[in-house]
Design a protein. Structure first.
Length: 29
């Protein structure tokens, strides 16, 4: 299943656009 978030580059700007980001996203940042 495709993730609901489209924030591949987990940057503050992307996080602002996509609030529901997984914890793995912050770990990759």
């Amino acid at each position: 299943a495709p993730q609901p978030w489209q924030c591949a580059p987990c940057s503050p700007e992307k996080l602002a656009l996509c609030p529901p980001v997984p914890d793995s996203c912050t770990q990759s940042a």
